[in-house]
Each structure stands twice: as structure tokens, then as C-alpha cells.
Design a protein. Structure first.
Ligand SMILES: [Zn+2]
Length: 113
């Protein structure tokens, strides 16, 4: 892998991928994506913990509790796919409701200032 955190000045290895869904003012923090995407930023553990988003934005993150439910790799791929679809919808003429909010093991986090 060898992916690095995208925060300037940070040399830590990336462990999470943050994807911005501009059309829904939502930031999704998920497993490290397998390849670079236009609205995705790789973050190290400390930067993903101290994630900040613009005012009015919502953060959806994978919870550590979800790991105890043993999500399958297929589960994680499905989430990544859903996020990807939502991200693509922002350029389509008729955006639909994003699906990611209904996923059981994602939760909306209070916004950090
Ligand atoms: Zn970092």
C-alpha cells in the first residue's frame, strides 16, 4: 500500500479514506479505498479522529462498534460502492436520495468544531 495521509505536513500512513459528497454536504469516513478518487482523501488515524468538516456538513463514519458485528468484505465493498454512486450522482441532472444513511453500521457523528 504505502499510501500517505493527504494532510499537508503529515507523514503518517493512511488508514481511512474520507469522501466528500458535495451535493449532500456530507463527508463519509470509511475504509481505505483501493484506488484514488477525485473527491476522496486518505487520512491517518490521528487525522481521521480529528476530522473537521465545513459548517453545516454531516460526517458519516464507520464506528468501531461495527467491527464487533463482523461486517464482511462484501459489506464494506457495498458501502464503498454506495458512496461512489452518491458521489457520481452530484454530476447527474436528477440527483436521487443517497443510500448511505440507511446503512445499519454507519452512524452520524456530532460535528466537531
Ligand atoms: Zn495525518
Amino acid at each position: 500500500m504505502g499510501r500517505r495521509c493527504t494532510k499537508s505536513g503529515c507523514r503518517e500512513s493512511a488508514v481511512k479514506t474520507l469522501t466528500y459528497i458535495y451535493s449532500d454536504s456530507t463527508a463519509v469516513l470509511g475504509p481505505l479505498s483501493t484506488y484514488a478518487e477525485p473527491h476522496a482523501f486518505d487520512l491517518c488515524a490521528s487525522h481521521s479522529d480529528r476530522l473537521t468538516v465545513p459548517q453545516g456538513w454531516t460526517v458519516i463514519a464507520h464506528t468501531t462498534e461495527a467491527l464487533s458485528n463482523e461486517p464482511s468484505p462484501e459489506d464494506l465493498m457495498a458501502i464503498a460502492e454506495a458512496v461512489r454512486e452518491v458521489a457520481q450522482q452530484e454530476i447527474s441532472p436528477a440527483p436521487q436520495q443517497p443510500e448511505v444513511g440507511r446503512r445499519g453500521h454507519l452512524r452520524v457523528l456530532p460535528r466537531h468544531e
